[in-house]
Design a protein around this ligand. Structure first.
Ligand code: GDP
Ligand code: MG
Length: 597
């Protein structure tokens, strides 16, 4: 055990975590040059394209240092706030962390929020100043920022470049010298932390764990303590580039387990594995059931595809337990599903996977958060509302609560005014303002989560000219004066376009929504009135004017192939449209409320 080191890499997105991880794998010959592909750890196509690591994985390296062999377990953590619970569990499986800071970008919001998680778990932090090869690197200043943040010595900071490989040997030495070996007792009852799971269509769910105490052996009968399910450990092993089966994984080490588990939801990240006959008395602290934060309807474009969509979602759920869904019907869209996601990125990923892996064409409705509604009749019992159109009638309602978050924003001093105005516009309340340096400021706000869902990131980027980073954590429900704004097309309410909006903003947003929809809804053979309403009261109105022109008329009759192309293009454009009454609504219209500026 004294030759094992368990560590993770924490960084703000794009600061070079994946590149450096690949360098470590290369330097320890865990992968040969021939096997080396760019960003090996991001092995899902989608992840590679988006340049983010969605699921955490672990990989074991061997390294000879001062004549002795060491085992280094690198635990990869997802970088996006949507997956922050997984980050926290991965961090809990380690004794140390490389804190990577881009030498040109310096400390950003995720650097800080991940650092806090690491410090809460008592990890040894090794600061790494990365990308020192960049001409725009500013090593002196950024080093000062790191010293200020960590209270470390300037000599503790390792200068590195994932691009050139500079500094990689120093990082490996620091991992061995500075990170403590795991503690734990192989003789005690089994206690292992599940920090990840991977879906394998042939072998079932692979559970990735860190043994705290005891041992896990091939063939052993084990129990998951949160679910109380028992399994046989059909196969255990360590994770190199491929899985390496072993007879036993002992205290301090990291490994995988295969035991015929079919569905991701049986395996809960953060759960404790123990021996079924001789269970441990100590559950590993910090287990939480992950809860979806953002909800949206997903509907098939073609109503006949409903059953196929259901089958696809069930399959997706087998390997992504954080996706939840439930059948719902919409007067406008017919049968579909109300889905819960960890955040907006997670929602986009699910939509994309449905289309790529299952060849479904779907309409996603305006995302919303989950509200607690209380009626006058029973003002003590919360009704959970995951769809704005399920909100009780205003006359029956006592109050509504919505989820709040604590936002951390780091920006340049020049943009503090802009960022503050934006956050206040978004109903934020400033709770703290700290100058990290004379140039860089950390701002903390309490804000409604719903405002983050509604075009916050883009606005923040604009008002700060890109010099702001952002992270957040939920802090519970608070009462808000919310009203339901409905949209009527041609006199019919389109339930899928309803949104809950703060009463102070309702008129303004209603007006902008009708204007935006006017741009997005294609003209037809008749006038289409677009109205926004609160209850029976119309608060805004626009009209899409009738159109009679035949689009093919401008092809001068002669060129048949051009005409055909145009018709095909038109047909393709139609793919993501839904006919509601006699009005065609394109997908973008359902998202219009997110992009009102
Ligand atoms: P991650 O989001 O933290 O995993 O960051 P990546 O490893 O994906 O790197 C983000 C971008 O920075 C990529 O375009 C890399 O090629 C680039 N990059 C990473 N490390 C270095 C470095 O040391 N020097 C330079 N110049 N570019 C780097
Ligand atoms: Mg990455």
């Amino acid at each position: 055990m004294k030759h094992i080191r368990n560590f993770c890499i924490i960084a703000h997105i794009d600061h070079g975590k994946s590149t450096l991880a690949d360098r470590l794998l290369g330097a320890t010959q865990t992968v040969t040059a021939r096997e080396e592909k760019a960003q090996l750890l991001d092995n899902m196509d989608l992840e590679r394209e988006r340049g983010i690591t969605i699921k955490s994985h672990a990989i074991q390296m061997e390294y000879k240092y001062k004549g002795e062999e060491y085992i280094l377990n690198l635990i990869d953590t997802p970088g996006h706030v949507d997956f922050s619970y997984e980050v926290s569990r991965s961090i809990a499986a380690c004794e140390g962390a490389l804190l990577i800071v881009d030498a040109a970008q310096s400390i950003q919001a995720q650097t800080i929020s991940n650092l806090y998680l690491a410090l809460e778990n008592d990890l040894e932090i090794i600061p790494v100043l990365n990308k020192v090869d960049l001409p725009s690197a500013n090593p002196e200043e950024v080093s000062d920022d790191i010293v200020d943040l960590l209270g470390c010595k300037i000599e503790d900071i390792i200068h590195a470049s994932g691009k050139t490989g500079f500094g990689v040997e120093n990082i490996l030495a620091a991992i061995i010298e500075r990170i403590p070996a795991p503690k734990g007792d192989p003789g005690e009852p089994l206690q292992a932390l599940i920090f990840d799971s991977v879906y394998n269509p042939f072998r079932g769910i692979e559970v990735i764990f860190r043994v705290i105490n005891g041992e896990i052996k091939k063939g052993q009968k084990i129990k998951f303590m949160a679910t109380n399910n028992e399994y046989f450990a059909d196969e255990v092993g360590t994770l190199k580039l491929n899985q390496v089966p072993k007879n036993v994984i002992s205290a301090g080490d990291v490994g995988y387990l295969i035991s015929g588990i079919k569905e991701a939801k049986e395996v809960k990240v953060g759960d404790t594995i123990t021996d079924a006959k001789q269970p441990t008395q100590n559950v590993i602290a910090g287990f939480e059931d992950v809860k979806p934060m953002v909800f949206a309807g997903i509907y098939p474009v073609d109503t006949e595809d409903y059953e196929e969509l259901r089958a696809s979602m069930e399959k997706l759920q087998l390997n992504d337990a954080s996706l939840v869904f439930q059948a719902e019907s919409s007067a406008a869209l017919g049968f579909g599903f109300r889905c819960g996601f960890l955040g907006m990125l997670h929602m986009e990923i699910i939509q994309e996977r449905l289309e790529r892996e299952f060849d479904m064409t779907v309409i996603t409705t305006v995302p919303n958060v989950s509200y607690n509604a209380y009626t006058k009749k029973d003002p003590e019992t919360a009704i959970v509302v995951n769809n704005p159109s399920d909100l009780p009638e205003p006359s029956r309602m006592d109050r509504v609560e919505e989820p709040y978050i604590k936002a951390t924003i780091i920006t340049k001093a020049d943009f503090v005014g802009n960022v503050m105005s934006l956050c206040i516009e978004k109903r934020g309340i400033i709770t703290n303002q700290t100058y990290l340096t004379t140039e860089r400021v950390e701002l903390n706000f309490d804000m409604p989560l719903a405002e983050i869902v509604f075009d916050f990131y883009d606005r923040l980027k604009t008002v700060s000219k890109g010099y702001a980073s952002f992270d957040y954590h939920p802090i519970g429900m608070r009462a808000s004066n919310l009203v339901k704004v409905d949209v009527l097309l041609n006199g019919n309410t389109v339930d899928a376009l309803s949104a809950l909006i703060h009463a102070d903003n309702a008129y303004n947003i209603g007006k902008k929504m009708t204007e935006k929809l006017k741009e997005l809804i294609p003209r037809q053979q008749f006038d289409i009135p677009i109205q926004a309403a609160i209850g029976a009261k119309i608060i805004a109105r626009e009209t899409v004017k009738a159109l009679r022109k035949d689009v093919t008329a401008k092809c001068y009759g002669g060129d048949i192939s051009r005409k055909r192309k145009l018709l095909e293009k038109q047909k393709k454009g139609k793919k993501r449209m839904r006919q509601v009454g006699n009005v065609e609504i394109p997908q973008e219209a359902f998202m219009a409320v997110l992009k009102l500026n």
